[in-house]
Ligand binder design. Sequence first.
Ligand code: TRP
Length: 455
Amino acid sequence: MSQQSLSVKRDGFTSSFGVLAATLGSAVGLGNIWKFPYMTGANGGAGFLLVYLLATLLIGLPVMIAEITLGRQAKANPITTLQRLAPRGQPWWLIGAFGMLAAFLIMSFYSEVVAWVFAYILKAIDGSILSSDPQVTGAAFGALISDPRQSLLWQWGVLIFIGGILLCGVSKGIEAVTKKLMPLLFLLLLMLCAVSLSLEKASEGLAFLFQPDFSKITGSVVLMAMGLAFFKLSIGMGTMMTYGSYFRDDQNIPATTVRVMAADLFVSMLAGIAIFPAVFTFGFEPAAGPSLVFITIPAVFAQIPMGHLLMVVFFVLAAVAATGAMLSLLEVPVAIIHERFGLSRKKATLISLLILALMGSTCALTNSTLADFKLFGMTMFDLFDYLSSNIILPAGGIFVALFVGWVWGFDKLKLALSNHGALANDRLVRVLFFLLRYVSPLLILLVMLKGLGLF
Ligand code: TRP
């Protein structure tokens, strides 16, 4: 089959809203509902938020635009994309290969947190986690995560659910599902915010979120904020390249990206607004860490009028957010295996799920059977999270920026971003190119070295 007929047949997003929903669906996820609140809580609130914002604008946005542009240009999975666009013999495709590794690492722990969320929907419905005593909600959480059978079954259930959607394809699977889920997400979130803001000590929670305390900002906190920016925008590992390859040729990439970034930030803020006022009103610890959502939140809801219903809403919301993100993560290996090895999409999905079930089990069992199994002093769950967010994603970001800034070059970037002259965005492309060529790679490198304690 010639390349021409291959690319004609290639599935992709069909409408502008579909592009937006799918891309936003990837960005919005447990990063907003779970990571963002606990990291902000643990690192001093607004100060962390400010660093996160800077990292998003100076690094996240340019890298995200670069990834989407490369993907749309080559219309292929990340490995093939970089092979097609790079000069012969240069190993830039390794970005795609490492991206696939990162996808598996991230999904391994991510799918386990999604598993807890799905399990919590049932627990919220039957009321078994409805207690105002954090000891009780803590014990319920502990019982779930330390039970190897439940952990594995819920995780595999999640994998089958996500794999099932991917089997329907890009437009009929990913696009169709995220188009329905994204509006639902906003609706549920706004509802929760309204309730939270009506609580007695709402202003204390808001102050925590919006008043900066710079004393908490150290090198490793900056690295964490940057890692979160990468994680939030799904960049540094080929997810956005893969989705970019499904973008339509007339899509305005910078405008879409800015919208996705802004909406993603908005969702994170809303999650913070839904969570912190309630946490403060009932005298809980905002810095509870990863368990904030699973222990503190149920205890908070138990004390709110209609709390039972709202708690169901909260975990459904988290599940909705997680679904779009999981889809985009799994799509990376599926696209690579499907296109590189010439296997059907179905086979590629099954192979990816199988690998994931094996790798993910080490994270699912991290609080039970494998609790004492540690590398570099970390459980597999923490190690996979640390390695991906703080090393592979930033490194991937550096190389994507360097590739566009020094190899692909200004003229090609301009042609692609202006949709071959249809858009007048010359100034914007110049700023972007400057950021990609010099600012982003240097900044990422500095933050990485500093955060890892290397200087
Ligand atoms: N952005 C998603 C979230 O916030 C997670 C995610 C999806 C992701 N795809 C990714 C993170 C690719 C890193 C890389 O939950």
